[in-house]
Ligand binder design. Structure first.
Ligand SMILES: Cc1cc2nc3c(=O)[nH]c(=O)nc-3n(C[C@H](O)[C@H](O)[C@H](O)COP(=O)(O)OP(=O)(O)OC[C@H]3O[C@@H](n4cnc5c(N)ncnc54)[C@H](O)[C@@H]3O)c2cc1C
Length: 290
C-alpha cells in the first residue's frame, strides 16, 4: 500500500502504532467502499529507525545548530529542522508558495559536528516515542553509545566521513562549505532555513546518521459522508457501516494541526449516535434450517 499510494516512497515507518497495517482499508474494499485521501499522510518527515524496532523515533535537535541534512547525492534538499520546526509541516513544505509533499531523496543523512554531538541526546524522546511505546531503547545522553553501535558514523574530516555513507568526498565537502558560508552569513540562500537556527560545522570529528522517512498517521481509507456513513464505489451509503478517525479521514492533503484528534471526536460521536439508532437485525430462523 505504501508503494501503491504514496508518491516516491520505497519505505516509510510510523512513529505511532505499528499495528495499523491497513486492515481497515481491506475490510472497506471487501464491503464495496470507495477509497479517498490515500496519498495523504502526516509525513513524510525525517526520523530515526533503529534496527529491530518496528517504529521510528523522533529526533531531537539540541539548541545547537551545527547540522544539516544531505540527500543520496550528498547535497542539501530542504530547510532542515525537527518536525514542524523547519520549513516542513508534518511532511508538507511550501514550494513557490504552495504546500507540497516533502521530498524524500533517500538515503538521507543528518551530518553534524562535535559541538552538536556533545550538546545533548539526539534520540531523547522529549514527547512521543517512549510515551507512545514505552522505553524501547535508552538513547545515551552524549550519543556515544549510538556511535559505538554504528548507528552514527564518525570521522575526523568531512572527506573521511563521506565514504562511510557512500557519498563523494568532494561533493559532501562542497555541500558543507556552502552551508557553512550561509550559516556564517545568517541567510540560507538555497532553502531559506530559519534564520537564527543555523551554525557552521567546524568542530571535528564529524558525524553522519541516516534518517528514515516517517509519519505520525495516515489519512486514507473508506470514504465517509457527513453522517459518518461509509460510501460505496457507486456513491451510495453502505447499509449499517460507519467509520470515524484516521481510517478514511476527511483531510485530503494538508496537515491540520490538532485536526486528527478533533476528527476522531467529531466523527466518533456522529458514527456512534447513528449506529445506535439502527434497528437490530436478527438472524432469520426457519423450521428445519441448519
Ligand atoms: C506521535 C504522534 C503524535 C500525534 N500528534 C497529534 C496531535 O498533536 N494532534 C492530532 O490531532 N493528532 C495527532 N496524532 C494523530 C492522532 O493520534 C491519530 O490520528 C488518532 O489517534 C487516530 O485515532 P483512531 O482511533 O482513528 O486510530 P488509532 O488510535 O490508531 O486506533 C486504531 C486501533 O485499531 C487497532 N487495529 C488495527 N488493525 C486491527 C485489526 N485488524 N483488528 C483489531 N484492531 C486493529 C490498532 O492496534 C489501534 O489500536 C499523533 C499521532 C502520533 C503517532
Amino acid at each position: 500500500m505504501i508503494r501503491t499510494y504514496l508518491e516516491g516512497l520505497p519505505e516509510i515507518y510510523p512513529s505511532g502504532t505499528p499495528y495499523n497495517t491497513g486492515d481497515g482499508i481491506t475490510m472497506g474494499l471487501e464491503a464495496g467502499a470507495d477509497l479517498w485521501h490515500m496519498s495523504n499522510i502526516a509525513g513524510p518527515e525525517f526520523f530515526f529507525k533503529a534496527p529491530g524496532i518496528a517504529v521510528s523515533r523522533w529526533i531531537n535537535i539540541p539548541h545547537v545548530d551545527s547540522y544539516l541534512f544531505v540527500a543520496c547525492d550528498g547535497k542539501r534538499f530542504t530547510a532542515e529542522g525537527t518536525p514542524c520546526m523547519g520549513a516542513d509541516r508534518h511532511g508538507k513544505t511550501k514550494v513557490h508558495g504552495v504546500w507540497m509533499q516533502q521530498l524524500t531523496p533517500v538515503p538521507v543523512y543528518m551530518v553534524f559536528d562535535e559541538t552538536f554531538r556533545k550538546a545533548g541526546s539526539i534520540g531523547e524522546s522529549f514527547a512521543c516515542w517512549d510515551v507512545t511505546h514505552g522505553n524501547l531503547y535508552d538513547w545515551s545522553a552524549d550519543n556515544l553509545r549510538e556511535v559505538e553501535k554504528g548507528w552514527i558514523k564518525r570521522a575526523n574530516t568531512i572527506e573521511e566521513l563521506a565514504p562511510l555513507i557512500n557519498l563523494s568526498p568532494e561533493v559532501l565537502k562542497a555541500t558543507v562549505a556552502r552551508y557553512n558560508a550561509f550559516a556564517k552569513d545568517g541567510k540560507d540562500a538555497d532553502y531559506d532555513r530559519t534564520a537564527g537556527y543555523m551554525a557552521p560545522l567546524q568542530a571535528p570529528p564529524y558525524y553522519a546518521m541516516e534518517l528514515t522517512p516517517s509519519f505520525v498517521n495516515t489519512q486514507g481509507g473508506p470514504r465517509r459522508d457527513k453522517d459518518a456513513r461509509v460510501i460505496s464505489v457507486e456513491g451510495k451509503p453502505i447499509p449499517r457501516l460507519y467509520s470515524a478517525g484516521e481510517l478514511g479521514s476527511i483531510y485530503a492533503f494538508n496537515y491540520n494541526a490538532g485536526g486528527n484528534v478533533g476528527e476522531c471526536f467529531a466523527f466518533g460521536r456522529i458514527a456512534g449516535r447513528n449506529a445506535a439508532q439502527e434497528k437490530p437485525v436478527r438472524a432469520a430462523t426457519t423450521a428445519g434450517a441448519t
